[in-house]
Design a protein around this ligand. Structure first.
Ligand code: GTP
Ligand code: MG
Length: 197
């Protein structure tokens, strides 16, 4: 799939303030600093569409981008930073929890995980919580350019083993580097397939 246009639409504090449209949405979530905003820029072919920062916690709102004038990418605040969700003992932003649980036009959640790290408890709990929601999700292992392919594969195997007991479904797994544009085609293929349904 070609990306012909990518435009920032709006930021919303919560789902109530989110755009009232039925455009299919694809959201990016993960720990602060994992590379969500960089990935949106990589997919868009634009360096500065979503704000990237070396300081964790840069993205604080739900940011909506319109792609090819038809569907939307959503850059979510990273977890591990904001308030604890009321209903769950997981430290992620409450408005993110509402969005993931309630947004009808959300088609796929891309959960970004740092490919350099051993399974982090917050990622494991988040994925097991998400697997109890209705929405399909994929796991994206980021920053693969920073280490050998063998090390990335080992991290993925460890992570899948860590979630194994909690997650019934087998989510798609993608290796990515926003620096080298690795994983771009695979992510766009998943989006394209979901748009056809
Ligand atoms: P928050 O908005 O704070 O939650 O962070 P984020 O997940 O949006 O991360 P962001 O895209 O801002 O990237 C954080 C840092 O990691 C920046 O310094 C990026 O340049 C760097 N980074 C992101 N993706 C990659 C990647 O694939 N490879 C490398 N080498 N660096 C990356
Ligand atoms: Mg960000």
């Amino acid at each position: 799939m070609q990306i012909k246009s990518a435009v920032f639409h709006m930021s919303a504090r919560d789902i109530q303030a989110a755009p009232e449209w039925d455009r299919p949405e694809f959201a990016f979530i993960g720990r602060s600093n994992v590379g969500k905003s960089s990935m949106i820029n990589m997919l868009s072919n634009k360096d500065a569409l979503a704000k990237v920062s070396a300081t964790p916690g840069k993205t604080q709102l739900l940011n909506f981008f319109i792609m090819n004038e038809a569907w939307s990418l959503v850059d979510l605040p990273g977890y591990g930073y904001a308030k604890v969700a009321k209903s769950e003992k997981i430290n992620f932003n409450e408005s993110v929890g509402d969005y993931l649980e309630q947004r009808d036009n959300l088609r796929i959640v891309f959960v970004l995980i740092d490919s350099r790290l051993a399974p982090q408890p917050i990622d494991v709990s988040f994925v097991s919580w998400l697997s109890g929601c209705q929405v399909p999700f994929a796991l994206v292992f980021t920053k693969a350019d920073k280490q050998s392919p063998g090390k990335t594969k080992a991290t993925i195997a460890e992570f899948l083993a860590a979630i194994g007991g909690d997650v019934a479904v087998n989510p798609p797994v993608i290796i990515s580097s926003s620096k080298n544009r690795t994983g771009r085609v695979e992510i766009l293929k998943l989006i394209e397939a979901a748009l056809k349904v």
